[in-house]
Design a protein around this ligand. Structure first.
Ligand code: FMN
Length: 326
């Protein structure tokens, strides 16, 4: 089943480089994300990588516990993008393919990829056409509202994408120039939704269940994508689901957050080995601990550790404390 067939607007996890890896995607799926997307994959890098390269093996690994995972590609060369799309489709593990036309990072836009494609709509159209011809997977494009305030053109790109046979769009309501600053423009997203007939998912600044419902109501969009709001709070997916179904939104107790942090670390260690997992988990621990009493001290103690057993001991001492306060 395609997640867009659900009776309520789907709520999906955003692709996030360095974050939306297999363990995090599985956790978000279990907590109610209707879809997830891999970290962005360079078409050129993927094509050039030796077969079974460890980097791409990790980037492209999926789990049966993820009901619907898309793969996201970036690049600017239509031939490479088509070739990569064909090979990613042949892996036979992805439910959909997404083209990144929103990344603002200089290392991506510098070569003409990501959001730089919004500055060259004829090339964006060529890329879409080539990828569309190379895959029969559901195809989506993720974009911003434009390169900068003077050249907002999400509506034009949306029309092109629809004409080229794209199945769905996601619009993050900021320009490339805004990066992650300022406010995501609800009006700009709504304008895209009003222009095309293919489904449009709204993205930007959803940090609570009420943010998600408001964004859907204000844009009329068909689904909502959550990025930074899920960092340290994958519970946000079940909260949004509850709100959509008219159930009370229950915020997790600190002990539950810490247990999830520990489970996340366990999964990461099993997946990547203890050394790299503990490094990867540092940022996640900082996010999980945000807002907890004594977070700064616990964060410092965790950052001094090198093994999961040390983190487990620190967190279990903290669970006992939280439970005695409960
Ligand atoms: C750390 C980080 C990494 C990101 N990596 C990607 C990426 O690989 N591909 C992409 O399309 N967007 C990427 N994004 C953008 C998000 O998918 C999303 O569009 C943006 O964060 C706005 O949504 P939010 O306000 O819910 O976070 C990234 C964002 C962050 C914070």
């Amino acid at each position: 089943m395609n997640c867009s067939d659900k009776a309520r607007p789907p709520v999906v996890l955003a692709p996030m480089a360095g974050i939306s890896d297999l363990p995090f995607r599985v956790i978000c799926s279990e907590l109610g994300a209707d879809e997830t997307t891999t970290e962005m994959v360079s078409a050129q890098g993927f094509l050039a990588a030796p077969k079974n390269s460890a980097a791409y093996r990790f980037l492209l690994e999926t789990s049966p516990k993820e009901p619907y995972v898309n793969v996201q590609m970036f690049g600017h060369n239509p031939l490479w993008m088509a070739d990569a799309a064909r090979r990613l489709t042949e892996l036979n593990r992805f439910a959909g393919l997404d083209i990144n036309m929103g990344c603002p990072a200089q290392k991506v836009t510098g070569s003409g990829s990501g959001c730089a494609l919004m500055k060259d709509l004829p090339l964006a159209a060529e890329v879409i056409r080539a990828v569309r011809a190379a895959t029969n997977l559901p195809l989506s494009v993720k974009m911003r509202t434009g390169w900068d305030d003077q050249s907002k053109n999400a509506v034009e790109l949306a029309r092109i994408a629809q004409d080229e046979g794209v199945d769905r769009l996601t619009v993050h309501g900021r320009t490339r120039a805004q990066q992650y600053g300022g406010v995501s423009s609800v009006q700009d997203i709504a304008q895209v939704k009003a222009t095309v007939s293919i489904p449009v998912f709204a993205n930007g600044d959803v940090f609570s269940a009420s943010d998600a419902l408001a964004l859907l109501a204000q844009t009329g969009c068909d689904g909502v994508m959550v990025g930074r709001g899920a960092l340290g709070n994958p519970f946000l997916f079940e909260q949004i689901l509850a709100a959509q179904e008219g159930r009370p939104v229950v915020l997790p107790e600190p002990a539950l957050i810490l247990r999830l942090a520990l489970r996340h670390a366990d999964d990461m260690v099993r997946w990547k080995g203890e050394h790299s997992a503990m490094l990867e988990m540092r940022k996640h621990f900082s996010w999980y601990l945000k807002g907890l009493r004594g977070a700064a001290e616990l964060r410092r103690a965790i950052h001094r550790t090198e093994s999961l057993s040390e983190v487990r001991a620190l967190l279990e001492r903290r669970f006992a404390l939280e439970e005695s306060h409960a």
